[in-house]
Design a protein around this ligand. Structure first.
Ligand code: SF4
Ligand code: SF4
Length: 365
């Protein structure tokens, strides 16, 4: 799965300021999912994890072996992929300077294609993993290789430093069962979570897909579709009935509000506790909005100037899952449960057992 927010900056079809959602969010009292799983015990917020700076380095590596119909990176037929600023030499320059940073980072290396096709991307990851201050490498894949091939490709990188997200793309995969089995095997080697897109034609199958993964103990999260289908712009165009389906399978209230209802983000830690590096090596507060701030240039030096606190988000919505989890509202209500940037839990699940108004789906959000 490619990453979304760069499309807004590098000229994709998506708009800088998505229009307001067509349907008003459901009233708070209605937000209890009919089949909500039992609340997990609240995570102990780990202060060490919370001091680590999340970083997304979007490389725009443009090659993919799939052609998903909903691909935001432009691999969907019939269009060709837009021109990419990807440069191996510049990627390695940025890696060199990332290795010289003097603060701990949890790094996500983003692509506009499939990460594991590129030997250069992997070599850069290997170099980064050898640095003490690089605590975690979050990598994404479409899981089109055999699980043991991932182990071979990542040989030499400590397993405890790897967090993987594998995207399930049903139109490109021959056997769902074989893919789920591969995910199950890969999860025994590495920290793994899986995801799929609530593409309108796939909606009737979403619950079944989620249950398949749950049955083998593999995390699976489902994200609303962002883009055009049959002339309509999503997620705005989801009907009430479709919204109810997505709400039932979605990972969290946070995802529901940001990715389906396009909540206005408010205060955000971008540039303060989070950094974004664009394909040119330029460091910015985030990749989802134009802040007019350059915080550094990693093709030149490792020097980065952080913002001194959270700032109001300049955008009307934040649809990149890596970035909207940098908002204050996320920080106040959720905590990462481990190194994977995609795994987090509601902070007040325990309190909600005795104070029902504190339920994740009932609190004002
Ligand atoms: S796996 Fe699919 S969604 Fe991801 S980059 Fe390739 S074509 Fe696009
Ligand atoms: S919410 Fe934060 S990360 Fe998202 S677009 Fe706004 S400032 Fe950027």
């Amino acid at each position: 799965m490619p990453e979304l927010s760069l499309k807004r900056i590098f000229g994709g079809r998506l708009m800088a300021e998505p229009p307001a959602p067509a349907a008003a969010p459901a009233p708070v009292a209605e937000l209890v999912r009919p089949h909500a799983p039992p609340q997990a015990a609240p995570p102990a917020a780990d202060p060490a994890r919370e001091r680590v700076i999340n970083v997304r380095f979007y490389t725009d590596y443009p090659v993919c072996n799939y052609k998903c119909p909903y691909c935001v990176a432009g691999h969907a037929p019939p269009e060709g992929r837009p021109e990419s600023p990807w440069s191996e030499e510049r990627y390695l320059q940025v890696v060199d300077n990332l290795c010289k940073l003097d603060f701990p980072i949890n790094l996500r290396i983003g692509v506009g294609g499939e990460f594991f096709i590129s030997k250069v991307l992997v070599e850069g990851a290997r170099k980064l993993a050898a640095c003490d201050h690089v605590k975690v490498l979050n990598l994404i894949t479409n899981l089109s290789f055999h699980p043991q091939q991932y182990a071979r490709i990542l040989k030499g990188i400590p397993k405890e430093k790897v967090a993987l997200v594998a995207s399930y793309h049903p139109t490109e995969v021959k056997s769902a069962d074989a893919w789920v089995a591969a995910a199950q095997e890969l999860a025994t080697y590495y920290d793994l979570t899986t995801m799929s897109v609530a593409y309108p034609p796939a909606l009737p199958k979403l619950r079944e897909i989620k249950e398949k993964f749950a049955a083998v103990g593999v995390d699976h999260f489902i994200q609303p579709f962002i883009g055009e289908y049959e002339g309509k712009l999503y997620p705005q165009a989801y009907t009430e009935e479709e919204r109810a389906i997505v709400r039932e399978v979605i990972y969290s209230r946070h995802d529901y509000e940001f990715l389906l209802n396009l909540k206005k983000p408010g205060l955000c830690n971008a540039g303060f506790k989070y950094l974004f590096i664009d394909p040119y090596g330029v460091v910015k507060p985030c990749g989802g909005a134009e802040h007019g701030r350059i915080l550094g240039d990693l093709t030149v030096s490792p020097k980065i100037e952080f913002l001194d606190g959270p700032r109001p988000c300049p955008a009307s919505a934040c649809q990149c899952d890596t970035e909207n989890i940098q908002t204050k509202v996320f920080e106040d209500h959720y905590a990462w449960t481990d190194k994977n940037q995609h795994r987090f839990a509601y902070r007040f699940a325990d309190e909600a057992k005795t104070s029902p108004w504190m339920d994740e789906w009932k609190v004002p959000y």
